[in-house]
Write a protein that binds this ligand. Structure first.
Ligand SMILES: O=C(O)CCC(=O)C(=O)O
Length: 359
């Protein structure tokens, strides 16, 4: 799902691709070659819909721009809709700062814990306690126990028999024996997704109900049920059965796609944004349809249900620079010594938790 930096032949072929390219992070070519810090290429953001300012002016004078309306439904904050996109709902600043901090921490500490799977499973097997290991500068070590084994020819790169070791311990074992290692902080930076509840099998693009899994934590279920309400038929309750947590760092993007593996598309996907600001593209049923671009900030919730689920969507850009990341309140809230490790991560990252009813 993550796009690469490479500009390939069909990169300009569809309207969706062209818009992705417009907003994607590129560095100015002349600053790349110099010794100076690379500068992101300037991009025109004037066409990006900003629901924060829409919400602020709506609160002051009740005005809304053409094409945007407020859902006439009892909810504890304004829910905005796009007139040309039934089933799409935007709830700006829906999560309190406390909720944002809580779910950032859970996303880093508990969501990647087995039996939940992450992108690291394929290469390293199940990894326990990744965030704490990164915090304490641990390295993941695989000891090669078979005498005479040639590591370089070992095609099975799985670290299934791994353990965490301190750097010093690791250094001494390197001196004395045969082992491979990777630091926890590198693995944390390379964490791209984790899955909660029913586990999604990316290779087959389907839910694999036979994979071991835990239920989605109750508190997240309750939150998702509450947030889903504007998109649910009156009297029906959303049933959270699976969630995908996406982790983005600077330069990462989520290419245009559909989420089409759930049985009942009338049920919403509840999508929560945490950390650095991003651009979200909402396209049409074909990649040839021109997508709308909108900002997603920490605490925003998006619902996609019914017809909106047939629309291509993606995230071409996250902003990690101080002026644009828009995480001032999070920075304040996470400034205690105990929370610095979370702050360090989220200052240059974005997390998206999207929760689904599968059946
Ligand atoms: O990161 C986001 O806001 C969107 C995530 C998404 O579209 C997905 O995981 O299917």
């Amino acid at each position: 799902m993550y796009g690469s930096d490479g500009v390939n032949d069909d990169s300009e072929r569809t309207a969706f691709r062209r818009t992705e390219k417009k907003y994607k992070l590129y560095y100015d070519s002349n600053s790349k070659s110099s010794k100076k810090k690379k500068q992101p290429r300037a991009v025109d953001l004037s066409e990006v819909i900003d629901f924060k300012s829409i919400s602020e002016s709506f609160a002051v004078n009740g005005d809304l721009p053409a094409g945007v309306s407020k859902l006439e439904r009892n909810f504890d904050r304004p829910v905005f809709c796009l007139d040309n996109c039934p089933g799409f709902y935007f709830i700006p600043a829906s999560l309190s700062i406390e909720e944002q901090c809580r779910w950032i921490k859970e996303s880093l500490v508990s969501f990647p814990q087995p039996p939940n799977r992450t992108n690291h499973n394929a290469l390293y097997g199940a990894i326990h306690d990744l965030f704490n290991a990164a915090k304490t500068s641990q390295v993941l070590v695989k000891e090669v126990t078979v005498p005479g084994e040639d590591i370089s020819n070992d095609v099975d790169a799985n670290f299934h028999n791994h353990r965490w070791a301190s750097s010093e311990e690791h250094d001494s074992s390197v001196n004395g024996g045969n082992c491979r290692s990777i630091s926890a902080s590198v693995l944390l930076r390379k964490l791209r997704w984790s899955t909660l509840g029913l586990q999604f099998d990316w290779s087959k693009r389907c839910y694999n109900v036979s994979l071991p899994h835990n239920k989605i934590p109750d508190a997240l279920c309750e939150l998702a049920k509450k947030m889903a309400a504007p998109a649910m038929a009156v009297g029906e309750e959303f049933q959270p059965e699976a969630a995908i947590v996406n982790y983005f760092s600077s330069g990462d993007m989520l290419g245009g796609h559909l989420d089409d593996m759930e049985a009942d598309w009338s049920k919403p996907i509840v999508s929560m944004s945490l950390g650095c600001k991003a651009i979200f593209l909402l396209g049409g049923k074909s990649r040839n349809d021109e997508p709308l671009a909108m900002f997603l900030r920490s605490g925003d919730v998006v619902l996609m249900a019914g017809e909106a689920r047939e629309r291509f969507h993606g995230v071409p850009r996250i902003f990690t620079d101080i002026e644009n990341a828009d995480i001032g309140s999070l920075e304040k809230k996470l400034s205690d010594e105990d929370d610095i490790c979370y702050l360090e991560y989220i200052k240059t990252s974005r997390i998206n938790i999207n929760i689904r009813q599968v059946f």
